[in-house]
Design a protein around this ligand. Sequence first.
Ligand SMILES: Cc1ncc(COP(=O)(O)O)c(C=O)c1O
Length: 467
Amino acid sequence: MYKSAFGALDGCFYLMTRTSERSRTDAYLDHVNPQWVKLLTLLEMNVGYESCVGTELYTTEGRRILDFLSGYCVHNAGHNHPAIVSALKEELDKSGPVMLQSNVPELAGELAERLCDLAGGGTSKVFFASSGSEGIEAAIKFARVYTGRTGLLACERAFHGLTCGALSLTDGEYWRRGFGPLLPDVTMVPFGDLQALAIELASRRHAAFFVEPIQAEGGIQIPREDYLREAQQLCRRHGTLMVADEVQTGMFRTGPFLASHHFGIQPDIVVLAKALSGGLVPVSAVLMRDDVHASVFSSFKRSIVHASTFSENSLSMRAGLATLDVLENECLGDRALRLGAGLREQLVDALSGYEMVKEVRGKGMLSGIEFTAPQRLALRVPFEAFAKIHPAMFGQILVMRLFRDSAILTQICGNNFMVLKVAPPLVVSESQIAEFVSAAREVVELAHHPGPFWSEALGLARRAVAS
Ligand SMILES: Cc1ncc(COP(=O)(O)O)c(C=O)c1O
């Protein structure tokens, strides 16, 4: 905590000078999250950003960084897309009823209609919220009311968010430890395992099966071609709703509007968030079947039985509509399919033959590079030493080096530390992709030699332990 060294009369002077006297992140460090500042600093990623445009981020020091993370699939339309920015400015200039909460927000109807059209299938109603987790919470409530059941099914390695309900469906000790008791009656089944799913569903206790059609934080896991279709049939047979969490995979990230479309499924509930806002205003949307919606809003007395203050606010709705315009008009889904396949081909060419590269996989513009422990003794010894300090250590060194040495921003997956996520905005250019591939090859080459990669990693490990 910082305190004014002056009395009350000097307060103004203090306010005027404190920003220049203090470093850029001191107030954040004191009042928001010091551990996050420490971590970014340790990884040499604590830089100031002045502007972010398309796929490029410009730091206060004049560096240009390529964004191959997209804020975890938020920036599908690219950073600060001018059409979305100007739509928001127009909306603000209207001085309209942004959050009156006593009217019928027409923009919400317009956005809901477009989302349902794009989703196809049987979803015809939408509940709007402000984050992916809040969308998952809503899906839990709607599924429970509709089925009259309490049980919930999710997949191992799943990531559905960090509020208590969503966290109950999220796998991983790291996320869950200390926050319990979480929701009772939640069962995890292995992703891709139809037999385990069938056994659970047969109990007829479960209101919903929550599934990411492609697990993102789980390591860009793509299920077998028939898994989701058969899972859907099983759910229908046993009266369990299928909830597709498309928070990362939706909004054309993998090519089609929903990743569910790759697999020919029509989920009963679809949760969208992240890229729906154009990266500018928080928003999420829970698309659902008419009868599921009607089970909650079953009479006018229950017309606000599930609601949220910021739901349907006109800035979020306008951002959503403008984002859909951009994604559709610029054919960014097709672009994701075409350039994403090219990106993976180039990565395979550049990285095959390196013993620590296990697989390059993905769909559209959501890819992952999976690494594995080395066999060669000279590499195995340091690798195992780092893994003992922290299982994410190897991946974080890759991330750090890509950022520092090649000006590329990416991250490892939150529930699978051996997978480097590759998810640039869908507007990424072919030359930016080539730049990424070359940087990835350089860092992988470096990691395959005993030398600077590992000695620097040791230094980082020591600093991490010390702090
Ligand atoms: C698949 C998935 N679902 C849900 C969430 C939670 O979204 P939010 O962080 O907006 O609450 C995330 C966040 O990364 C996600 O990846």
